[in-house]
Design a protein around this ligand. Structure first.
Ligand SMILES: [Zn+2]
Ligand SMILES: [Zn+2]
Length: 833
């Protein structure tokens, strides 16, 4: 009997899969396709446990779907541009390209050692010219469609990364990548007009409710932040001008007791001229200029303000209200002016209390009333309008609509729709990224590089400075060029594209990765897209997942794709936790996957990761858990070894076979019940943990059967066939989780085809029925006994079986049985006196 030698088994099958290109995917319109994708990794150098979890989940699904007869595309590649390569290059005195390619080689080997069923022929790396050429092409197409512009604006700046960040990349006022402080600065840069698609991105969320986690859709909807409201004009008192404000709460207009302008608003300066406040206002504007946008608008930031000396007229009640300027109002949100309703907005209330401004309640909660003089918490949700003339008594949306109608009728303002989403700033001041294909010409302005001159190659022969300043900005060979329009000397753009641009369309590239005439082939994309199942971390909810949906809509408008959305189903897997915290180098709680593979094997690692928790939940690492899975696979191996010789030559069970021995019938039932459980757990619920638990039960059953087998008289060919069937089922069900051991056992049974494409077993409904059931027996309403009766027994047979039971006979002796009540499948009650 041979030992479970996972090392040689795993090496053998990995070699086999690679040599035979077992998982190569090809377009085949006669077959139903299934595109399974995990978010592609950044080539940081080593695979970590989070990767292993992500890919183990994906691979289980890919293998399952392949066995279900679908034409599965399961590609892998590298999100290979980005800052860590540059930082590592500076630290280790290498080149980002060399560092990245070396990491890719290491990580490829690591992924292969885990036995994932990728189509390696489709591997891509975004840092290679054959990929980023098409990234540049996308940029030019977007430009052609009027979806790219350049502007000088206040941007988020990460000092430690030495680059600009998009709004989506600032998380809790810090950099998404390095967690460093983000400040504001003015900078010229390129933007993609994602706001043009705000409404369609929002609408699309409705179609995704079946396949996407609700949480991700909520995060996207909130980020897009569509709000209905009104633009209202407030007449400046004594002047022939008015100030427009935007409000999402027109129902609170009667409670607007002051107005606040951004310090940058031109009226802040001009309205204060000639008033006693002029000097104070000048000083205030000067001070605010030194504050950054983020601390100005953060909840914790100190609210500072100054009276401008001017008044405006509330258009609804004709009241004069003072105009202030305050640091928390920004020019680039809305109109740079807000109406303040302190009773119904907390920030306004804090400001009003600080500067002694009027508070007036105009919205009442149901069954309660507010005291304007003493309230410390604003009532900011929907309520009933009060102190609002003829609008009194109106509530919520209806109230807002009525006020809007009135404003439009009296020409005091108009109803509007606003979005929180801003355009996507894609200029990065770093080296290791896609060069933006633009030329600056003194005569012609900004000129796109013609398509036939792509790619604009990133020069590799550069020295990286220690401050992280991009060498492109000083590299004459790169910068100096000719204007494509007038041929005069001109300069290349030196900013590179945000790496999130690379990842916004890589899943199309996988459909025809070697195409050198287009970003992707339309026929291939039409066949494979959309991605049927996407798997990745929730941290990308409003970054990558929103950007990709945006790119998809633009491609759709260009006639390049025909599906509505890029990802039909999304699974966001939980984190891998150890000792109560996410595994991370800084916490020192990292378990290296290579170590686990070395000691226990890839199959054990994969099995543990899928068994320890459902995919969407966090997974607590446990070395006992790993050892448990390792023991389980050894147990599978031993029972297989015990029987392999016996069943190797067994024929298959015939269609109409009915086993005589109860043990054989029970084994068949168990095997078919396990098929049903595992199939439903994967297909319907994606609960691999319960699927694996079911397989473990089948293995336990085989062990108890082994004892019975020894004494079994009926060791006929048919009996061996039943046993063979049970092992076939066990191996097939185990194969998506632990593919190497499954392949080995499968080939030992004499099968020639690799498991990857063997049909998934189908359960026989009739065989899954139990033959006997447990019935509770009561005597005069008290539970006295539990007995097994055949499932097929009718009421009379059940009665007879119960009355014949020795224990019940004992209970009813000396008594007259008056009545027997049978509740089918559950209970028998005997009434006896
Ligand atoms: Zn940073
Ligand atoms: Zn020119």
């Amino acid at each position: 009997m041979s030992k479970y030698d996972f090392k040689s088994i795993e090496a053998k099958w990995q070699k086999y899969w690679e040599a035979n290109k077992s998982f190569k995917a090809e377009r085949d319109t006669s077959k139903k396709k299934y595109y399974l994708l995990e978010m592609f990794p950044y080539p940081s150098g080593r695979i970590h446990m989070g990767h292993v979890r992500n890919y183990a989940i994906g691979d289980a699904v890919a293998r399952f779907m392949r066995m279900r007869g679908l034409n599965v595309l399961h590609p892998i590649g590298w999100d290979a541009f980005g800052l860590p390569a540059e930082n590592a290059a500076i630290q280790n005195n290498t080149h980002p390209a060399q560092w990245t390619e070396e990491n890719i080689t290491t990580m490829q080997a690591q992924l292969k050692s885990l036995g994932f069923s990728y189509d390696w022929d489709r591997e891509i790396a975004t840092c290679r010219p054959e990929y980023y050429r098409w990234n540049q092409w996308c940029f030019l197409k977007f430009l052609e469609k009027g979806l790219v512009y350049r502007k000088n604006s206040q941007v988020n700046w990460c000092e430690s990364c030495q680059t600009v960040l998009a709004n989506e990349q600032v998380i809790d006022e810090c950099c998404w990548r390095c967690d460093g402080e983000v400040t504001q600065r003015f900078q010229e840069g390129w933007f993609l007009k994602i706001t043009d698609y705000a409404d369609r991105l929002l609408e699309g969320c409705k179609g995704l409710t079946k396949g996407w986690p609700e949480q991700v859709l909520t995060m996207q909807s909130n980020w897009i932040g569509k709000s209905y409201g009104a633009e209202v004009d407030f007449q400046v008192k004594g002047k022939d001008k008015s100030i427009r404000v935007f409000t999402t709460r027109p129902d609170t207009l009667y409670g607007a007791t002051f107005m606040v302008l951004a310090p940058e608003h031109p009226f802040t300066f001009s309205l204060s001229r000639g008033t006693e406040q002029a000097e104070l206002v000048d000083e205030f504007i000067k001070n605010v200029k030194q504050e950054d946008k983020i601390s100005r608008t953060s909840e914790k930031g100190e609210k500072e303000g100054v009276f401008t000396g001017a008044y405006v007229v509330n258009p609804l009640n004709g009241e004069d209200i003072p105009v202030w300027s305050a640091n928390f109002v920004l020019m680039d949100y809305g109109t740079g002016a807000i109406m303040s309703v302190p009773a119904h907005d907390q920030r306004d209330l804090d400001f009003a209390r600080k500067y002694g401004l009027t508070v007036r309640v105009v919205i009442e909660p149901p069954e309660d009333s507010l005291d304007a003089l003493t309230m410390t918490e604003a009532f900011s949700v929907d309520g009933t309008m009060v102190c609002s003339d003829s609008f009194d008594g109106l509530f919520g949306n209806e109230a807002r609509r009525k006020v809007c109608d009135y404003l439009e009728e009296k020409k005091l303002g108009k109803s509007t729709v606003n979005y929180r989403l801003r355009d996507w700033g894609v200029s990065r001041q770093r080296y290791w990224g896609t060069p933006i294909p633009i030329v600056h010409c003194d005569d012609c302005g900004l000129i796109p590089v013609p398509e036939n001159q792509l790619p604009v190659k990133l020069p590799l022969d550069v020295e990286l400075g220690d401050r992280g300043r991009s060498p492109l900005t000083t590299l004459a060979e790169f910068i100096e060029t000719e204007c494509p329009k007038c041929n005069k000397p001109a300069r290349r753009e030196t900013d590179t594209l945000d790496t999130f641009v690379c990842s916004s369309w890589y899943f199309y590239r996988y459909t025809s990765p070697h195409n050198n005439r287009a970003a992707f082939d339309k026929y291939d994309a039409d066949y494979w897209m959309p991605v049927d199942q996407y798997i990745g971390g929730i941290e990308h909810a409003i970054l990558h997942l929103l950007y990709s949906r945006f790119f998809h809509l633009v491609f759709e408008d260009m006639g390049l794709v025909k599906s509505d959305e890029p990802f039909s189903n999304l699974l966001t897997q939980g984190m891998v936790i150890k000792d109560g915290a996410k595994m991370s180098k800084s916490k020192g709680n990292v378990v290296d996957p290579e170590e686990i593979i070395e000691t226990h094997g890839a199959d054990t690692a994969r099995l543990f990761i899928l068994f320890a928790a459902p995919p969407i939940k966090d997974l607590e690492w446990s070395s006992q858990g790993v050892e448990g899975c390792s023991r389980f696979l050894k147990r599978v191996w031993r029972i297989f070894e015990d029987f392999v010789e016996e069943i190797k030559t067994a024929k298959s069970v015939s269609e109409d076979y009915e086993a005589g021995a109860k043990e054989l019938r029970e084994l068949r039932r168990m095997a078919h019940v396990t098929i049903r459980r595992v199939t439903e757990d994967i297909q319907i619920r994606m609960q691999f943990n319960t699927a694996i638990a079911a397989i473990m039960e089948l293995v336990n059953h085989l062990y108890s059967f082994r004892d019975e087998w020894t004494s079994l008289k009926e060791k006929s060919d048919e009996a061996r066939a039943v046993l063979r069937e049970a092992f076939d089922i066990l191996i097939l069900l185990l194969s998506p989780f632990a593919p190497h051991i499954a392949e080995e056992m499968w080939s030992r049974l004499g099968y020639e085809m690799s498991l990857g494409f063997v049909s998934w077993p189908v359960f026989n409904e009739a065989l899954t029925q139990t033959e006997e059931m447990l019935i509770v027996v009561q005597v005069n309403g008290k539970v006295r006994h539990r007995i097994m009766v055949p499932t097929s027994a009718d009421e009379e047979a059940v009665k007879a079986r119960v009355l014949d039971d020795p224990k019940i006979r004992e209970q009813t002796k000396d008594k007259e049985v008056r009545k027997i009540i049978v509740v089918p499948g559950k209970l028998v009650n005997i009434v006896a006196k």
